[in-house]
Design a protein around this ligand. Structure first.
Ligand SMILES: Cc1cc2nc3c(=O)[nH]c(=O)nc-3n(C[C@H](O)[C@H](O)[C@H](O)COP(=O)(O)OP(=O)(O)OC[C@H]3O[C@@H](n4cnc5c(N)ncnc54)[C@H](O)[C@@H]3O)c2cc1C
Length: 476
């Protein structure tokens, strides 16, 4: 405890908005979504404005206390929870949840960082716009967290990552200054791109307090198809075919192996799969989404024509096209239930990797063989955003093994095998989840010495006292 600091923080945000473990359990702020990291906070501070955030930083600097910024606490790499020292302040931004401005003519929306992503999607929709950032955690994650992690999600194939959707930012620096970079410009070549330095920095360079986001026209209709395939080579060929038939109308292309869907069936038996998993000739499924700006008849004609070609070329074994919005939502719900079903099955060894799309089949074939040979009986949960070359290639212990013990014992050696294969196929060890605490050591092995040194120099110059999320992303 540090009573003078707590008192100073209470003066800034009001006594009710500084919480300590003497007031209530802090578990929801101290434990990450996966339950891997259990830290201990000095206190949790909930500011309501940018000015308050800046003052909190200044006070923490004065007391030489570091800050861990937190949005929805849905991050998967342990970046948003405090360490175990009990000396860090958790800066929780959920009270900063106002939509500040929607500029229809500029197709842009300015919002505070603590807004829940789903609330922003709905607000945009009510004004006739699409905010295309979409991920399974959208009911809890915040736009500040999305930008801090440069989140991806299910529509990157058409609209890009969080970075691509951001026009401007407001940031509180590690010195407690406010950088007012809330530009709504689509072109601005006036020197170094500060906005893009903060995006993806996972709270280590500054605290994002507001953002201006790009909006897009709402499609007239969306169609969703669920397709069964014999292998990943066919999935990659199907993607290519879909691009040529549907062009910019292709807004989602997700792949799932049968084991990942089997977990959904096991843990959520009320969700029904559109095609049976027993078909051994088709152990992969693709969920494909098409958006159309004309009308449903036009969309259906294009999609059916594409499907016919795919069948003729022998790429797919079976397919279902959703006949209603409800059916389409159910298909997406199945896909989005995979991370939850995995969590219900127990701890697993996660790899959020990206590869050139053309190399994915060879990568998966070689790494699955190596894993099965070295760890007989383990189960491979393989799903992800194939259209972006992004796989969630996760290893679940054999049913007879204790999941936690298996993870503790084998994570390092399995990571070594997986990341060596990723490197051999010119991939990246983090596609969209970031580095956080989880991958700091891995980053050292996989980035060049020059890249690491440049990152350290940036961190030291922007946060010389190492007050923001110390120990995350880059070790100094
Ligand atoms: C079920 C599930 C599905 C997911 N699916 C996807 C997916 O498809 N694609 C994807 O990219 N990710 C996915 N994620 C992970 C994803 O990164 C997070 O869900 C989200 O982007 C993080 O937002 P958050 O508000 O929860 O951030 P937190 O978890 O609170 O924080 C994440 C990081 O950002 C920092 N941070 C948070 N807010 C700020 C801020 N305002 N300023 C500076 N730093 C800040 C934190 O310090 C931390 O380092 C998924 C997670 C879950 C649980």
């Amino acid at each position: 405890m540090n009573p003078p600091l707590i008192e100073a923080l209470r003066q800034i945000v009001g006594p009710r908005h500084v919480i300590t473990s003497a007031d209530q359990t802090l578990d929801s702020f101290e434990i990450d979504w996966r339950g891997r990291y259990h830290g201990k906070a000095l206190c949790v501070v909930l500011p309501a404005s940018t000015t308050e955030v800046a003052e909190v930083v200044q006070v923490c600097l004065h007391h030489q206390t570091s800050i861990v910024t937190q949005g929805g606490n849905t991050g998967l790499v342990g970046g948003g929870v405090p360490d175990s020292t009990g000396s860090q302040v958790v800066l929780q931004l959920r009270r900063m949840n106002q939509i500040l401005h929607l500029d229809s003519a500029n197709s842009a929306m300015t919002v505070q960082a603590g807004c829940i992503l789903q609330n922003l999607q709905l607000a945009a929709q009510q004004q006739g716009f699409l905010l295309p950032l979409s991920l399974a955690a959208e009911g809890s994650c915040t736009i500040g967290g999305n930008l801090a992690c440069n989140a991806g999600g299910t529509q990157v194939i058409r609209y890009g990552n969080a970075r691509d959707l951001c026009l401007g930012l407001e940031v509180v620096t590690a010195q407690g200054e406010v950088w007012e970079g809330l530009s709504a410009l689509r072109k601005d070549n006036t020197g170094y791109d500060l906005k893009n330095l903060f995006i993806g920095s996972e709270g280590t360079l500054g605290i994002i307090t507001a953002a201006t986001l790009k909006l897009f026209p709402l499609p007239a209709c969306k169609l969703t198809a669920w397709v069964a395939l014999p292998d990943l080579l066919s999935a990659v060929a199907l993607l290519q075919l879909a691009r040529s038939h549907l062009a910019a109308g292709l807004t989602g292309f997700e792949v799932m192996n049968h084991f990942s869907l089997g977990l959904v069936q096991k843990h959520y038996p009320h969700l029904s799969l559109p095609l049976p998993l027993e078909n051994e000739e088709a152990p992969w499924c693709v969920l494909l989404e098409q958006s159309d700006f004309q009308n449903e008849a036009h969309a259906r004609q294009l999609l059916e024509h594409f499907m016919e070609h795919a069948f003729t070329q022998g790429l797919i074994k079976d397919a279902v096209i959703a006949q209603s919005i409800q059916q389409s939502d159910s298909l997406w719900h199945l896909r989005e239930s995979i991370p939850l079903a995995q969590a219900a099955e127990g701890l697993n060894i996660k790899h959020d990797i990206s590869l050139p799309i053309s190399k994915i089949p060879a990568f998966v074939q070689s790494i699955e063989a190596v894993i099965q040979q070295n760890y007989p009986g383990v189960r491979i949960v393989n799903f992800g955003h194939l259209g972006d070359g992004n796989l969630h290639f996760n290893i679940q212990a054999a049913p007879s093994d204790d999941a936690k013990a298996f993870l503790m014992q084998n994570e390092a050696s399995i990571n070594e095998l997986v990341y060596a294969a990723v490197k051999a196929h010119q991939g990246s060890i983090s596609a969209e989840h970031g580095i956080g605490q989880l991958k700091v050591d891995e980053l050292k092995k996989h980035k060049s010495a020059v890249a690491l040194e440049l990152m350290r120099r940036i961190k030291r110059s922007m946060d010389p006292l190492n007050v923001l999320n110390p120990g995350r992303v880059i070790s100094l």
